[in-house]
Design a protein around this ligand. Structure first.
Ligand code: COA
Length: 329
């Protein structure tokens, strides 16, 4: 496969209606403040799914927008890949529910769990599938309902996350557009720093587990922070090296939106000024696998990406998983 082989033809996003502002946590009995959250994370508010808003419905909404923008119909989809750590059900994959919702009857549909790197991993898997010659149009979604798996009594985590979905249509490259370089890494030795300790097959859910909340997300924040900064710095180097480009060639950087301080550290390491970095963590919080495609969709809506623009993506998440890509649009 000679790159660019696959291009990101169009992206769309959708988020739940309800906005939860930082100052509302105090009324929910959580010992925190708007000031603490903004200073430590850059987050002001996030979207939280309400009644009837499921991962399937939000993801399908994002997918329909991406399909409309790409001029693709449901029957043309060959594959649907959903990156998520918060599926609607543990079985079957939420991707098949999205397939049914879209009426994409021909599509092969499956989930991947690479946490916040889910969309980036999904794009790279899709590129490989396109290269087999067996598929032409692939829908890659990053979608989350993290509000359903965070511990709403734990101030260390509940203020950080939000819900939403972003969806991208991948097709074979034309006019030299597409993925110029791609990089993926994992390190399972650090899995316990950001995880849901119980509730899986290792420790099936019991009333005790429900009572102590050990089926919910838990995180060693400071350790995750350090690893995120280190890994995203390395990934940004790899993306540039792989594309044989320098920082000055990058028109826009779209990093995973977890924390403004992690974003600033990554941009500083990569030598990319903050004016060229897309930031929306203030409005959405950390939406895990959805964060990069939501940001990409917004950046395109705002005209920040033109034909010929070179964009660098950098992701990091539970696992740990991380990676990067440079894409010419
Ligand atoms: N409100 C008020 N205080 C809070 C709080 C909150 N929501 N959450 C934690 N604190 C407290 C802690 O209990 C700690 O108190 P202590 O010193 O009395 O124990 C204090 O604030 C400082 O905690 P510390 O861990 O030093 O803060 P920090 O500067 O590292 O910021 C995070 C905490 C979670 C914001 C930061 O570590 C982070 O962003 N980590 C990465 C998270 C992430 O991005 N995860 C997903 C990766 S994909």
């Amino acid at each position: 496969m000679k790159r660019p082989f696959a291009m990101l033809a169009a992206t769309g996003h959708a988020v739940p209606k309800r906005v939860l502002r930082n100052d509302e946590f105090v009324g929910m009995g959580i010992d925190t403040s708007d000031e603490w959250i903004r200073e430590r994370t850059g987050i002001r508010e996030r979207h939280i799914a309400g009644e009837g808003e499921t991962l399937t419905s939000i993801s399908a909404e994002a997918a329909r927008l991406a399909m409309k923008r790409a001029g693709v119909t449901a029957s043309e989809l060959d594959v649907i890949i959903l990156g998520t750590a918060s599926p609607d059900r543990l079985l079957p994959a939420t991707a098949v529910e999205i397939q049914a919702a879209l009426g994409a009857t021909r599509a092969v549909a499956f989930d991947i769990d690479a946490a916040c790197s889910g969309w980036l991993y999904g794009i790279q898997i899709a590129e490989g599938l396109l290269a087999t010659g067996g598929y032409e149009t692939i829908l890659v979604i990053g979608g989350e309902q993290l509000s359903r798996i965070v511990n709403w009594k734990d101030r260390n985590t509940c203020v950080l996350f939000g819900d939403g979905a972003g969806a991208t249509i991948l097709k074979k490259s034309t006019k030299g557009r597409g993925i110029l370089s791609a990089y993926m890494r994992s390190d399972g030795t650090l899995a316990d720093l950001l995880h849901r300790p119980k509730g899986g097959c290792l420790a099936p859910v019991t009333p005790e587990i429900i009572a102590d909340g050990s089926h919910l997300l838990t995180m060693a924040g400071r350790e995750v922070f350090k690893n995120a900064v280190r890994s995203m710095a390395d990934a940004s180097d790899r993306a540039l090296d792989g594309a044989k480009l320098s920082a000055a060639d990058i028109d826009l950087m779209i990093p995973h939106q977890a924390n403004i301080r992690i974003i600033e550290a990554t941009a500083k390491h990569a030598n990319i000024p903050m004016e060229k970095v897309y930031v929306n963590v203030d409005r959405f919080g950390n939406t895990s696998a959805a964060s990069i495609p939501i940001a990409l969709s917004e950046a395109q809506e705002q005209g920040l990406i033109k034909e010929g623009s070179t964009v660098m993506f950098v992701a990091f998440g539970a696992g740990f998983t991380w990676g990067s890509m440079v894409v010419r649009f």
